[in-house]
Each structure stands twice: as C-alpha cells, then as structure tokens.
Design a protein around this ligand. Sequence first.
Ligand code: GLP
Length: 245
Amino acid sequence: MQLVKAKDYQELCRMAAERIIGKVKRARNIKLGLATGGTPTGVYRELIEDHRKNGTSYRHVTTFNLDEYVGLSPEHPSSYHYYMNKNLFEHIDIPKEKTYLPNGMSADLEAECRRYETLIEAEGGIDIQILGIGLNGHIGFNEPGTPFDSLTHVVQLAETTREANSRYFGSPDEVPTHAVTMGIGTIMKSREILLLVNGRNKADILRRLFEEKVTEQLPASVLKTHPHVTIIADEEACSRLYVFP
Ligand SMILES: N[C@@H]1[C@@H](O)[C@H](O)[C@@H](COP(=O)(O)O)O[C@@H]1O
C-alpha cells in the first residue's frame, strides 16, 4: 500500500480526481468501481467540474458501484442509485445503461448477487476501484468477519454502521438492516484500488490499518495483500500515524 498525504479534504479530492481523469482520458474503454458515502462526494464534484471546463468525456466508461441497500428503490433519496445519479451520473455524459449498481429491490437477492458478479466478470473486471472505509474497517458493506474470498452477497449491517449512516435518513429506524455488496474477493480482483480516508474520525481506523496484521476482523487489512493500492489520506486522518512519509 502506498500512502499519499493530502493537506485537507479538498486536496485529497483533487488528487483522487486527477488520477481518475488521467485514466478516463487515456483508456478507450475503462471500468470504474465507485463508492458512495460522504468521502467521495468531493471527488465527484471535481470530476463534474473538469467535465464542464475541460470536456473530459465518459462515453466510453462503464461503472460498477460497490453496494446498495436492500429494499430501497432507485428513486428513494437515501438509495445509492439516487446518490450516484445526483452526485455524478446526471452531470456527465456517461451512458446511463453503462452505470451498474446491485438491485436491492430484487425478489431473488441471491440470484441478483450472482448476476452482478457475472456482469463484472463479463465486462472484463474493474480497472480502478474507489473505496472509502467504515469506522470499523469495513469496505463496501463488508463488515468485520467477512471471509476474504467472498463474492457479491447479501449482508446484515452492523448496528454501528446503521448508526453511522443514519445521517442520510430521516431517522435511524429508516436505515435498512441489509444490503447487497461486492464481496472482499470481488474488490480484490480490481486491477487497482484507491482508498480515500479523510477527517479526524477516521484517524483511529487508519492507524489500525497500518498497525494491525491482516485479519478478517479488519476487512480493509486485506488491501495489504493487493499489489496496487494507493491510500490518499488528509492530515486529520493521518494524525494518529506514528511514521509518516
Ligand atoms: N457502504 C459505505 C461504504 O462504501 C463507505 O466507504 C463507508 C464510509 O462512509 P463515509 O465516506 O460517509 O465515511 O460507509 C458506507 O457504509
């Protein structure tokens, strides 16, 4: 894992966007793995601004999101479909039919998981996967204890995760109890991974990521075994690291 330090959130977003834009410009056909949550919103803002100012085109881009809540339709304002449409897709020229998220409304969720996994494979896999990290070290919605070889699956969300994500809902009870998420094995198949970590509340989990051994109890620790991971973290997130490049 390579750690790149950003002064603050704004710089982190610029750095991440630059990497993505560089790839989008260079490749004729690129598959981006996208994340939701608070962390990537500023990166998406940068992509939109660059698209407007510099005309970077996304017509040749396919996207796969990490996860979606079970039981929320794409029209639900707290669904990840809605988030992606509002925060990115509606503002760039990506063909809507090339933007994929798991369908949390499927009547057969097991079949949906298999369909999503197969779809990623059929498209040739993900070139670069953007990740945030949960306070307990989850990536996507892979909570502590998830097997490292897991593929897309249905998860029961940890209460701490439901609580942390309740800010996106009217009340904590409205947060779904389950989600469909790419598995850790799915994420690890990405050719490159960009983990974004910002803010003081992430300082402890970033410290744990560096200090603790690779264990399924800390899902993000698996990234230490991937050949091409860059962590972009701001100063606040790095404030508990002993050694800093
Ligand atoms: N499923 C998402 C993750 O993909 C995200 O990385 C994490 C951190 O969110 P935030 O960026 O808001 O801290 O929370 C959610 O649970």
